[in-house]
Design a binder for this molecule. Structure first.
Ligand SMILES: O=C(O)CCC(=O)C(=O)O
Length: 266
């Protein structure tokens, strides 16, 4: 990684903002997602799958994971052969106390290496007041540090997982993003986010790009898509883009993958 971006990433463990799509395109994505929410209203199970797998259930989100600017940035970090391991939405409702505690992503997923980067694409405005992410520069140079489960009810992480070593909030850098902008962060970077005190939802898609050479420690093969390169190392189940919107066959695939991911989560 000898490029300017590569050097920043190697040094700080993140870079932002990256101008990925226009505000208009971000608005269209939001409208597509929110229309789907309305169509599924009352169906709690399908709504949860929609949030976890927008790229399988809405072709517009699969397309954005293939965005040239985003994939080019991921290639700087991971090389040519890139998969999307997930693209789940992190949504904080307006005036919400929901937070994400300090954590390192790679603590939980049982991947055998650190060739992963998260691209967090803002679908709505994600400024400080809306609870944008914050990063501790250089903290990706740590290995995985101890975490404990807080089970705090306002924590968006499944068990309220939190780094149990001291994190100095004064060192935090806020990754403020406008709709259509993205940040990229290393899987070992200490990061968190605060409450949303604005009157709008804060919506972002956390696109987990991984090198196709990675594998699950358990030997299981989650559902992925390939967005760069051609080589299949045989470690994941690679799927073609979804053929349509909110298809029942896609819900079924998402259900299966969701069960697998639940087993993987440490
Ligand atoms: O959306 C957030 O506030 C946190 C997201 C996050 O922790 C991640 O993408 O790894």
């Amino acid at each position: 990684m000898n490029t300017k971006l590569g050097k920043i990433y190697a040094n700080k463990g993140f870079f932002c903002p990256v101008d990925a799509i226009s505000k208009t395109k971000a608005k269209e994505l939001r409208e597509d997602y929110e229309a789907a929410e309305t169509e599924l209203s009352g169906d709690i199970e399908r709504l949860a799958l929609l949030k976890a797998y927008p790229n399988r259930l809405l072709p517009s989100f699969d397309t954005v994971t293939r965005n040239e600017t985003l994939v080019a940035a991921a290639k700087e970090i991971l090389g040519e052969d890139i998969l999307v391991w997930s693209a789940a939405l992190f949504i904080k409702e307006a005036e919400s106390t929901q937070i994400v505690s300090w954590h390192q992503d790679l603590t939980y997923w049982q991947l055998n290496d650190i060739k992963e980067v998260t691209c967090w694409l803002a679908i709505s405005s994600a400024r400080r007041k809306a609870g944008c992410m914050k990063f501790i520069p250089g903290s990706h140079k740590n290995r995985i540090v101890p975490h404990n489960d807080t089970y705090a009810s306002n924590n968006m992480l499944s068990r309220g997982q939190e780094i149990s070593v001291e994190v100095n909030e004064d060192d935090a850098v806020y990754a403020e993003l406008d709709p259509g902008q993205a940040s990229f962060h290393h899987g070992l970077l200490f990061h968190s986010s605060g409450p949303n005190s604005t009157d709008d939802r804060r919506i972002g898609s956390a696109i987990r790009y991984i090198s196709a050479s990675m594998k699950q420690e358990t030997g299981e093969q989650p559902m992925v898509t390939q967005v760069s390169g051609k080589k299949d190392y045989g470690n994941f189940e690679i799927f073609a883009p979804p053929k349509g919107r909110l298809l029942e066959e896609e819900f079924e695939l998402c259900r299966k993958d969701n069960e697998l991911k639940k087993r993987l989560l440490l």
